[in-house]
Ligand binder design. Structure first.
Ligand code: CMC
Length: 439
């Protein structure tokens, strides 16, 4: 490594191609925090090779100033603020403002933002027809992908990505409408009437109202449940370049409209290795059944021949603990206490599983700890949310992260269409024969 004058760095990395003896030097760029990155954009031009990194284990895909994670220390910051403080002092809508605009709002800014968001909570009435096209037993995440993507067919006045005003309106629309889309997906599965948003309620309260209210009698949102929901939304709001956020960025890099990009993000989130893990945790705890069976399932998880994994355990970035999981576990106890649930067998089973796994050499060696999804499902269940809606809640919460990251990408002057290269291992060039000549 030697001195260099490139912005944000005074170091370089030199790579030598041993087969040709050619050398090229690349800037080592440092950010505000975290490890430096080697800027290899000129690698192919200089050395005629690409990097190979399936799963992006060692690849920074963009520059971002929204969220910082130190996986070894268990630190999560949004715009510099620790997640623990945001959960303690802010509402989810304040965190939305922070993620979108870079600073926490003062009261006047918050009042304006809150009013702007609530202006957009309704869905176009014709969307009822789209819901009715789904089977009643459709998974609500399937409905979420469809309806979020369909917004681009309804809100043409906010799909021009080159117009900052339209981008802002699209961002507000996504944040405002996702709870309504989710609430209606749930109502549709029950065969109950869709509930319209109530704009005098807070964000989490309104969401609960659309999930659990119905027209024939008064439904008062329990403030304990509303606060817990709000906290859960904050804990899931953003998480830098995870699979779904990277999907939103990659989709958006081609110039696709924001509604289509968010729909792609929802699809990625659905997978059990990502947001679908919260639903998978509950299914897994159901399969384990009781404490006596834990060892058998831990053994399965350790068997390289068996695809079974302890759901809600492990993380690509966190190699010590997931700070969100700690808050989630605490919230879980608080919610159960406040709801007067004296004993929750699933929580006891989850805690016993956590204890056994954390003392097991396999999990210690691989630095596998509970992640945010390990306890969230238990809280959702206590709040009366059905299992199939767990990942939907994650999607509602993550919408602000997706849209903030999408905006950041569009505004980045160095942004290009995302277009990875590959290591080709298929056939060399060969000739195609007509069908009658093939064996
Ligand atoms: N149970 C058992 N073994 C595991 C687990 C687990 N949950 N997670 C990782 N491992 C093992 C894995 O088999 C591998 O072992 P070996 O080195 O012997 O091959 C080693 O640990 C490293 O795992 P990896 O799959 O290479 O790690 P990754 O960074 O690619 O995957 C992960 C991260 C989250 C996908 C993975 O840990 C996992 O599948 N966990 C269960 C699903 C889950 O809880 N997902 C939610 C993630 S947090 C919220 C979110 O992102 O939405």
């Amino acid at each position: 490594m030697s001195e260099d004058t490139t912005k944000g760095t005074n170091k370089t990395v030199t790579i030598t191609d041993d087969s040709t003896g050619k050398q090229a030097t690349f800037p080592l760029v440092t950010g505000t925090d975290g490890p430096p990155v080697i800027d290899i954009r000129r690698l192919y031009a200089e050395l005629g090779c690409f990097t190979y990194d399936p799963g992006f284990i060692a690849t920074g895909s963009c520059e971002s100033n929204i969220t910082f994670i130190d996986g070894d220390k268990g630190i999560l910051l949004h715009r510099g603020y620790p997640i623990e403080q945001l959960v303690r002092h802010c509402s989810h809508l304040e965190v939305c403002y922070l993620l979108l605009k870079g600073e926490l709002p003062n009261q006047a800014q918050f009042d304006k933002f809150s009013s702007d968001i609530t202006n957009h909570t309704m869905l176009h009435e014709q969307l009822h027809n789209l819901y009715r096209g789904f089977r009643r037993d459709a998974h609500p995440m399937a409905i979420m992908c469809g309806v979020a993507g369909a917004l681009s067919a309804f809100y043409h006045d906010s799909t021009d990505i080159n117009d900052p005003y339209q981008r802002m309106v699209a961002s507000y629309r996504m944040i405002a409408k996702m709870p309504t889309i989710a609430g209606w997906a749930y109502k549709y599965s029950l065969g109950q009437p869709f509930m319209y948003p109530k704009n005098d309620l807070g964000y989490a309260e309104n969401f609960l109202w659309m999930l659990f209210g119905h027209p024939c009698e008064e439904y008062l949102v329990n403030p304990v449940i509303a606060r817990a929901m709000d906290r859960i939304l904050i804990l899931h709001a953003d998480h830098e370049q995870n699979a779904s956020t990277s999907t939103v960025r990659l989709s958006g890099s081609s110039g696709a409209n924001p509604f289509a990009c968010i729909s792609a993000g929802i699809a990625s989130l659905w997978g059990p290795a990502h947001g679908g893990a919260n639903e998978a945790v509950l299914k897994m705890l159901g399969q384990i059944g009781n404490k006596a069976n834990i060892n058998e399932f831990v053994k399965k998880a350790k068997d390289p021949e068996d695809p079974f994994r302890i759901m809600g355990f492990g993380h690509r970035v966190y190699k010590n603990f997931d700070p969100r999981a700690k808050i989630m576990q605490k919230t879980c106890h608080e919610v159960l206490n406040e709801l007067g649930v004296e004993s929750e067998p699933l929580l006891e089973l989850a805690m016993a599983l956590e204890r056994i796994a954390l003392e097991d050499e396999y999990f210690i060696e691989r630095k596998l700890y509970p992640n945010v999804d390990f306890y969230s499902g238990i809280i959702f269940r206590a709040l009366g949310i059905p299992t199939t809606m767990f990942t939907v809640l994650f999607a509602v919460a993550r919408t602000v992260g997706w849209i903030a990251q999408w905006n950041e990408m569009i505004e980045d002057p160095t942004q290009k269409i995302g277009r990875p290269r590959q290591l080709y291992t298929g056939s060399k060039r060969r000739d195609a024969a007509p069908i009658e000549e093939r064996q």
